[in-house]
Write a protein that binds this ligand. Structure first.
Ligand code: FMN
Length: 250
C-alpha cells in the first residue's frame, strides 16, 4: 500500500477551528491535516446551527462546497496532504464534496464519529456506525469521484463491531480508517487485523513517546492529534516520538 501521507502524523478535525490557516501552522510537523468538519446539506447545517446556539464552534459558510474549494486552494503551496472531514445526511453531498477534494488531490473524510445529539438526530456522525449499509453508500459515492476516501470512526460505541465496519468501508472503496480509540487503544489491532488493506490512523490522546509507541505496536500506520494541534511544542514532541519509534525499528 502506498502511504497516503508522510510523515505519519495527521492533524485531526476541530469543527470551527480546523481551516487552511490551522493546517498551515502545523504543516512543519504533520504529513496530513483534516479540515472541518463541515456540514454539507441543509439538515446537517441546521444541526450545526443548533450547536452554535449552545456555544460550540462550527463552520457555517454560505456555500460549503465553495468553502472546501477555497480552503484547499489556500493550501496549494503547503507541503501537506490535505483532507476534509464532511457531515451529511445522504450520499449525494458527500459525492459532491469528494469531487472537489479529488480536484485538489485531497482526501475526503466521511464523518462517522461526531456524537453530539443534534448531529445524531439527523443521522450524521456516529449514527453511521450503526448503519453500515448507509455508510457503505457514502464511501462508494465518494470513491466514485476518484478521491482518496477516509472514514473517521470512534471505538467503544455500544453495539458496533468496528472490525466489521472496517471490512465494509474497505470493500466500499475507503483506503484510510481514522480511528478515535477513546479509551480502547487495543481497538486499533482489531481493525488492522480485520482490514489489512486500510491505512489506519490512530487518534485519541496521542501526546508523547509512550502513546505513539503503544498505537504503533497495535499496528497503526500513522497517528493524529486533535486538541493539541495548535500547540507546536506538543506537535514537535509527537513528531520526535514518531522519528524515534521508526529509528528503533529500522
Ligand atoms: C472542539 C472539538 C471539535 C471537534 N470536531 C470534530 C469534527 O468536526 N469532526 C471529527 O471527526 N472530529 C472532531 N473532533 C474530534 C477530534 O478530531 C479528535 O478525534 C478528538 O479530539 C480526540 O483526539 P485528541 O485526543 O488528539 O484531541 C473534535 C474535537 C474537539 C475537541
Amino acid at each position: 500500500m502506498d502511504a497516503p501521507f508522510d510523515p505519519p502524523l495527521a492533524l485531526a478535525s476541530l469543527s470551527g477551528d480546523a481551516d487552511a490557516e490551522w493546517a498551515r501552522a502545523g504543516a512543519q510537523y504533520a504529513g496530513a491535516a483534516f479540515l472541518g468538519g463541515i456540514a454539507l446539506d441543509e439538515p446537517s447545517r441546521a444541526a450545526a446551527r443548533d450547536l452554535v446556539a449552545r456555544d460550540r464552534n462550527e463552520f457555517l459558510p454560505d456555500d460549503p462546497f465553495a468553502w472546501i474549494d477555497d480552503q484547499l486552494d489556500a493550501l496549494a503551496d503547503v507541503d501537506l496532504r490535505a483532507g476534509v472531514n464532511v457531515r451529511a445526511t445522504s450520499p449525494a453531498p458527500v459525492r459532491e464534496a469528494a469531487a472537489v477534494c479529488a480536484s485538489h488531490d485531497a482526501v475526503v473524510e466521511v464523518n462517522a464519529h461526531c456524537r453530539q445529539d443534534e448531529l445524531c438526530a439527523v443521522g450524521c456522525g456516529e449514527t453511521l456506525l450503526a448503519d453500515t449499509a448507509r455508510l457503505r453508500e457514502y464511501v462508494a459515492a465518494a470513491a466514485e469521484t476518484g478521491a482518496t476516501v477516509s472514514v473517521k470512526v470512534r471505538a467503544g460505541v455500544d453495539g458496533v463491531d468496528l472490525a466489521a465496519t472496517a471490512r465494509a468501508v474497505a470493500d466500499a472503496g475507503a483506503t484510510v480508517l481514522h480511528v478515535d480509540a477513546m479509551d480502547s487503544e487495543h481497538a486499533i489491532a482489531g481493525v488492522v487485523d480485520a482490514a489489512p488493506s486500510l491505512f489506519v490512523v490512530a487518534n485519541n490522546e496521542v501526546r508523547d513517546e509512550a502513546s505513539v509507541r503503544e498505537y504503533l505496536a497495535y499496528g497503526a500506520d500513522a497517528v493524529s492529534v486533535g486538541r493539541p494541534s495548535t500547540d507546536p511544542v506538543a506537535l514537535e514532541r509527537v513528531s520526535d516520538a514518531l522519528d524515534a519509534a521508526h529509528a528503533s525499528t529500522t
